[in-house]
Design a protein. Sequence first.
Length: 131
Amino acid sequence: MTNHTYSIGELAKEFDITPRSIRFYEEQGLIEPERVGQTRLYHIKDKVRLKLVLRGKRLGFSLAEVKTLFELYDSNPNSAAQLETMLQLTEQKRAILHQQLDDIKMLLSELDEVEARCQDELAELKRGKLA
């Protein structure tokens, strides 16, 4: 196994985020780089976790939820509890997204109605001016 390390700049560039974001994730306990003086050295574990943090955010998971999953994994990498927690979180996110989708569909329908009324009224006004 390679013992390759990454600088904060390399990770920031690879994931298209700022070094400040990476330091924030470190402050939250999501990644734990090795410290050599003032320099942070990130290992493959940190790179993988950073990727998982960003994926989790994209899927709507909070940093606290991601941290809980990491803690479950750290305590037992092949844990049924970790998988059950992930399934539970996924179910919750799916329900939230379905509700948001329903809300968006309702708003689009309302916009369609407003648009149709405006078009009808505008047509009436134009007919009145032409008559």
